[in-house]
Design a protein around this ligand. Structure first.
Ligand code: NAP
Length: 218
């Protein structure tokens, strides 16, 4: 894609990755529309930022939300609810038909490094950590939900230019460098670096239909 000014529709704009993504997109001169449960959590004041109050659990007016949008990005998480329900998958299954109706083709979904790619196993060390640390942290459900999203995208949304970032994140510290896409290499990144990576990935045609990890280039 050529360099231009775009409108990004952001889900999860008040989250730890999402808030960095919104700042990056606005600083780069783009417009951002965000569906947020709590607009008061957003302290950015910018005429290019449009906040729409609502929840992905029951939002109905997708066509209004998607009007004029170039890219859609989901950095959503509700770990408690995801323990029992695939809420993100249910949401994405409503979002994709709405994207089709509105002629919007590109979606980035942020999952995690412990999210299994479609019909693949995790490497043994990842699997062991998932069964121990991730389970202990109460995040197994979040990855199950992310895996349901990936399954839906692969099986039902081949016409959409989706990309999944299986992020590894810990901490909101300063930048540790630049992340690159990889099927095997993995780094524990900062939220800000993940957001920057997401921003670049969305413009990268070679990432279409990928479900990759990210790592810091030396
Ligand atoms: N955190 C990590 O260490 C980590 C590591 C690797 C991968 N990931 C993946 O990255 C994704 C995002 O993680 P994150 O840590 O950046 O997010 P986060 O800080 O947990 O924030 C989640 C975002 O989702 C929003 N949200 C949740 N339920 C919603 C609903 N019903 N309607 C509208 N918005 C809703 C939250 O809004 P509110 O502000 O209203 O709650 C918040 O903006 C997840 O898929 C996660 O698996 C996270």
């Amino acid at each position: 894609m050529t360099s231009s000014k775009y409108t990004y529709l952001v889900f999860g704009a008040t989250g730890r990755t999402g808030r960095h993504f919104v700042s990056i997109a606005l600083n780069e001169g783009h417009k951002v529309t965000a569906l947020v449960r709590n607009p008061e959590k957003v302290d950015t004041k910018n005429s290019d930022l449009k906040l729409i109050k609502g929840s992905v659990l029951d939002y109905q007016d997708f066509d209004k939300l998607l009007s004029g949008v170039d890219f859609v990005i989901c950095m959503l998480g509700d770990a408690e609810l995801q323990k029992t329900e695939n809420v993100n998958a249910i949401f994405v299954e409503k979002l994709i038909p709405a994207m089709r109706r509105n002629g919007i083709r590109r979606l980035l979904y942020q999952a995690g490094g412990f999210t299994r790619p479609y019909k693949k196993s995790l490497p043994l060390m990842f699997w062991l950590l998932k069964q121990t640390l991730v389970r202990f942290a109460g995040l197994i459900g979040q990855h199950r939900d992310n895996e349901a999203v990936v399954k839906y995208l692969v099986e039902e949304a081949a016409d959409i230019e989706w990309m999944v970032h299986r992020a590894g994140i810990a901490g909101d510290g300063n930048s540790k460098g630049t992340l690159r896409r990889s099927k095997t290499k993995f780094s524990i990144a900062t939220f800000a670096d993940c957001a920057r990576y997401n921003y670049e990935l969305l413009k990268d045609d070679s990432a279409i239909h990928s479900c990759d990890l990210s790592y810091y280039v030396k």
